[in-house]
Design a protein around this ligand. Structure first.
Ligand code: GCB
Length: 605
């Protein structure tokens, strides 16, 4: 049972108008025929939810007429000067989509609340086609209306969602209206407290996807679980004519396989392969894969690799590897705000390459689909994560459903990306029984959804004198002994780091998912002076010496590639709302620590 089915039942019991919630995602958006709805959208700031609730706080869209909200977009229709209307999209200012609102308008910089978006678009409806309105990500809660009618609600600021709008679209002009609310709430995922900016709005692409009546809805084409000689997967059709055959072709491997679909429109397959040029950071080989039916065809670029652990080793295509990584937020330091396009993303990943990385931790939530495709292409292995961060409401079922939904959406969307080797189910969550149950359920779900990748989480250490102990019971269930440790920053002094040792209770590959310290780019002093580049540099030198002594150390993703904005960072001189743990400053200058890490990575194979 999903959260949505519970809400659906609740809706029925309370006799509320039934809302269709967002539906199963279509695989491979870039491979589809789409009409982009990016561009300028009118917006209205609505801190009191005037456009949604009447003065008794009842939602207009659940009233008998369903009318009265801003989604009516009434001024676009014939109204005369005698009518009282207290909003008007057409005369309201615009925001760029995709893009968070905070970075586009000064009075929205710290805004957390409700904002409405509207855009008109034109469609020439085609016979026997289906249409889906797709959002790459909207932070946090989105209510979506098409031509005044509610399509549904989506929660979760970093995962894609869509609604089928076949039959709802008009030939010619249409309007889409969104109410977006980024208020922080205790029971949401993430919860109220995070160390990143709560960028609100439509932060990723909006597209109208156009498909044939019966089409290829989803597919997985990957090597089977640790079998380098078998491509295993499925194709799922959607539509009225789900019978017949599908064809999977990989021309470069001389593969062309025809499979019949079963009654539910699904075809499972196993295809033995020889002479595959395996994907790896040194050789990010992608093959063109073509999937077709009589009526539909889709192409993708897919890499083939295996990933597994053996004792304290991580094996990529059966070869032991060291994860030379760095943590990254989905944020552009130059044009403050979320990464908006491929250029921004390429800049971030190119910095990681320059640092000598073969691995990136895309913290702390699902990043843009384009980022994963770039990682595939550029040869960077990826740790992907969901915002189960710090103090989630562990005992709330809906919170769990929400977390699971975000996990599942990421896996559903990115399961064909060779770059992703690890699904992380959370970061620095405090050990309690309720939390252990919650996390264990997430781990089990992740394994059920994908048995071809590792499952991990960023755990914490407990310090006992000079010893950092890693004994979080969750470690038993995960594939890695992966944890954050802030020796020399949140505990201890950099000069004492050499005395610290680790007591790790799990015989698994050790990956340090965070360490680091803050420095203001361009501020120079001696190594004992807080916030100086020299202090951060010294901390990195000491950390690397200490970490080198860990048995089974198989990788690290220091915190973090670039400075990023955080409301928790209030020092007026050194921080000014920036988390300064970047080894690159917010103006793109490499700090001294960058070169220490670069040098360290250069000396590892
Ligand atoms: C952490 C968190 C990360 C923070 C970082 C910090 O442990 O995982 O999200 O930004 O520490 O700078 O304190």
């Amino acid at each position: 049972r999903t959260l949505f089915s519970y809400l659906f039942l609740l809706g029925l019991i309370l006799n509320l108008p039934v809302i269709s919630f967002s539906q199963e995602l279509i695989q491979n958006l870039p491979g589809r025929e789409t009409l982009s709805l990016n561009g300028r959208w009118n917006y209205i700031i609505d801190p009191y939810k005037m456009g949604y609730l009447d003065y008794r706080q009842q939602p207009f869209d659940q009233s008998e007429s369903g009318k009265g909200g801003f989604y009516d977009n009434i001024t676009a229709k014939e109204i005369d000067s005698t009518q009282r209307v207290e909003y008007d999209f057409s005369q309201s200012p615009t925001l760029k989509v995709p893009g968070d609102w905070n970075s586009q308008e000064e009075r929205l910089e710290l805004y957390e609340g409700t904002l409405w978006y509207k855009r008109d678009f034109h469609v020439d409806l085609q016979e026997s086609k289906r249409y889906f309105l797709h959002f790459g990500a909207v932070n946090y809660e989105a209510h979506v209306y098409l031509n005044g009618k509610k399509l549904g609600v989506h929660k979760g600021g970093f995962t894609p969602f869509q609604f089928e709008v076949t039959g709802e679209l008009k030939n010619g002009k249409n309007d889409v209206v969104l109410m977006v609310d980024n208020s922080r709430k205790k029971d949401e995922v993430p919860t109220v407290n995070t160390d990143w900016w709560n960028y609100g709005g439509i932060t990723r692409d909006v597209d109208l996807i156009i498909t044939p009546e019966t089409f290829i809805h989803d597919y997985k084409v990957q090597l089977a679980n640790n079998d380098m000689k078998m491509i295993s997967g499925f194709v799922q059709l959607d539509g009225n004519q789900k019978q017949g055959q599908i064809k999977v072709e990989i021309p470069e491997l001389k593969i062309s396989k025809t499979i019949s679909v079963n009654n539910s429109g699904k075809a499972n397959f196993d295809i033995s392969v020889k002479n595959v040029d395996y994907w790896s950071p040194k050789n990010p080989k992608l093959y063109e894969v073509k999937i077709s039916t009589e009526k539909d065809e889709i192409k993708d670029q897919i890499g083939f690799r295996t990933i597994e652990t053996k004792g304290q080793d991580i094996l990529l295509n059966d070869n032991s590897i060291f994860l030379k990584g760095i943590s990254i937020h989905d944020e552009n330091p130059f044009v403050e705000g979320r990464l908006r396009n491929e250029g921004d993303m390429r800049m971030m990943l190119s910095w990681a390459k320059e640092l000598g990385c073969n691995f990136v931790r895309l913290a702390h939530y699902t990043h843009n689909e384009k980022m994963l495709r770039l990682a595939d292409e550029m040869g960077l292995m990826v740790w992907a994560e969901i915002p189960v961060y710090w103090t989630i409401s562990w005992e709330n079922m809906e919170t769990y459903e929400n977390a699971e939904n975000q996990l599942a959406s990421g896996i559903l969307r990115d399961k064909n990306r060779a770059s992703i080797i690890i699904w992380s189910v959370g970061n620095e969550t405090p050990v309690t029984e309720a939390r252990n149950d919650f996390m264990e359920k997430l781990i089990a779900r992740a394994r059920q959804l994908d048995d071809t990748r590792l499952i991990a989480a960023a755990l914490e250490v407990e310090t006992e004198g000079n010893v950092a102990v890693v004994n979080d019971p969750l470690g038993e269930k995960l594939d890695l002994a992966s944890f954050n440790e802030y020796a020399g920053w949140y505990w201890g002094e950099p000069e004492n780091i050499s005395q610290y040792t680790f007591d790790i209770k799990f015989n698994k590959p050790v990956v340090i998912t965070e360490f680091g310290g803050g420095a203001l780019g361009g501020f120079h002093a001696d190594k004992t002076t807080m916030w100086s580049e020299e202090h951060q540099e010294y901390l990195y030198e000491q950390q690397l010496k200490m970490l080198d002594k860990i048995d089974g150390l198989r990788g690290m993703t220091p915190w973090i590639l670039v400075d990023f904005k955080s409301p928790r960072r209030n020092h007026p001189v050194y921080q000014n709302f920036w988390n300064r743990k970047g080894i690159i400053s917010e103006t793109g200058e490499k700090k001294k620590a960058f070169y220490i890490l670069q040098d360290y990575y250069q000396n590892i194979n």
